[in-house]
Design a protein. Structure first.
Length: 193
């Protein structure tokens, strides 16, 4: 049995709890004659008590990292229909809208193919067959990241039709279209922690 100065132990424990900005746990089990197994058990209890808030915060932060990294697939035709409808309302000329969208859509499909296949295509190498294959890949497996690139490019093009304030509105509306079609699987991750 160790002979402990319980007052000093309590004072030091209070200081230690203060480092973690926590109220002290019950220290009534402390006595002046405890052996090493009793001390180890109390140390384990105190450690668990001190780590509980930090553990919860760490879990939430890690959960947010996973959520932020999610890149869900988005149904191509539904998104395109909504984007085209918005662009027709915004620009007013369906022919111009089709030309703009075809160019942007081709650029996004090309970027997706280049990033995922890790192959850069020069303009001479970019044939209609490769372009069609890239478009099919975008239709089949387009993700939020791909459509975010589309939003950026469409905002740049549509900014020529509006003011700086209108540009913000265009970006917001296009982002809302993407968000409405985005089905995130990890939104309820916090419930599983």
């Amino acid at each position: 049995m160790a002979n402990l100065d319980v007052q000093r132990l309590r004072k030091n424990l209070l200081k230690y709890y203060g480092k973690f900005n926590l109220l002290p746990a019950s220290t009534y089990e402390l006595s002046s004659d405890m052996d090493s197994s009793n001390c180890a058990a109390i140390i384990d209890d105190i450690t668990s008590y001190l780590l509980k808030p930090a553990e919860r915060n760490i879990r939430l932060e890690l959960s947010q990292i996973f959520k932020d990294s999610e890149n869900p697939e988005i149904p191509y035709f539904e998104v395109v229909m909504d984007i085209m409808q918005f662009m027709n309302e915004f620009v007013g000329d369906p022919h111009t809208v089709e030309l703009i969208f075809a160019r942007v859509n081709n650029d996004v499909a090309r970027k997706k193919l280049e990033v995922e296949d890790k192959v850069y295509y020069t303009n001479e190498e970019w044939t209609s067959e490769i372009a069609e294959s890239a478009m099919q890949k975008l239709r089949d497996m387009g993700t939020e990241r791909d459509y975010q690139l589309m939003v950026d490019q469409l905002t740049d093009v549509l900014s020529h039709f509006t003011s700086e304030e209108g540009k913000k509105t265009v970006r917001m509306r296009l982002n809302n279209i993407i968000k409405n079609h985005c089905q995130r699987e990890l939104d309820n991750l916090d419930m599983h922690l």
